[in-house]
Design a protein around this ligand. Structure first.
Ligand code: GTP
Ligand code: MG
Length: 203
């Protein structure tokens, strides 16, 4: 898929204020600092469409980006950031949960996982939440450049094996690096395919 346009539309803390246009939407979620915003920039080949930071907790709101005037990407705040106060964490959970439960145009969620890490409770719990709410998701392994190519395959095979302890089947997954552009074409091809599959529901 060719990216002809990518524009920031708005930031919200309440899903009811999100764009009303009926277009397929894809959300990016995962631990703070896993590389959600960087991946959006890599996919769109734009340096600072989504705001990134070395410090976790950069993205704080629900951010909508309109792509090719046909679909939306959504950059979400990360979970699992220890320094956020308990009160803020509860508010965060509430508005993120609401986003996932109420956003009808959401067609697929990308759960980002740092390629170097073994399955962590918070990620497994989040995938469980998506499963329980019948929200389709893919796993996106990020920062692949930080591992060598032989190590990465070993690590991801082991990750998937562990996932099969709690899931009967594995979701589609991608291996990406925002630094090198690894996985970009495959990722966009997947979105293109889903856009075509759901086109009839968005007429
Ligand atoms: P929050 O908005 O805080 O939840 O973080 P985020 O998940 O959006 O992460 P962000 O894209 O801001 O990236 C966090 C840090 O990881 C930044 O310092 C990025 O430069 C770095 N980073 C992101 N992707 C990659 C990657 O593919 N490779 C490497 N080496 N670093 C990356
Ligand atoms: Mg971010």
């Amino acid at each position: 898929m060719k990216i002809r346009s990518a524009e920031f539309v708005m930031s919200n803390s309440n899903v009811t204020n999100a764009p009303k246009e009926r277009m397929p939407e894809y959300a990016f979620i995962g631990r703070s600092n896993v590389g959600k915003s960087s991946l959006i920039n890599m996919l769109m080949e734009r340096k600072d469409l989504a705001k990134i930071s070395g410090k976790p907790g950069k993205t704080q709101l629900i951010n909508h980006f309109k792509i090719n005037d046909e679909w939306f990407l959504v950059d979400l705040p990360g979970y699992g950031y220890a320094k956020v106060s308990k009160k803020k964490r509860t508010i965060f959970q509430f508005f993120i949960e609401n986003y996932f439960k109420e956003r009808e145009q959401l067609v697929c969620t990308f759960v980002l996982i740092d390629s170097r890490h073994d399955p962590q409770k918070i990620d497994l719990e989040f995938m469980k939440f998506l499963g329980e709410n019948q929200i389709p998701f893919c796993i996106v392994f990020t920062k692949a450049d930080k591992l060598g190519s032989s190590k990465i395959n070993k690590q991801i095979t082991s990750y998937k094996k562990k996932l099969l302890n709690s899931w009967e089947t594995l979701p589609t997954s991608f291996i990406t690096s925002s630094n090198t552009g690894l996985g970009r074409e495959e990722f966009l091809k997947f979105i293109d395919g889903v856009n075509q599959d759901v086109a009839k529901d968005f007429k």
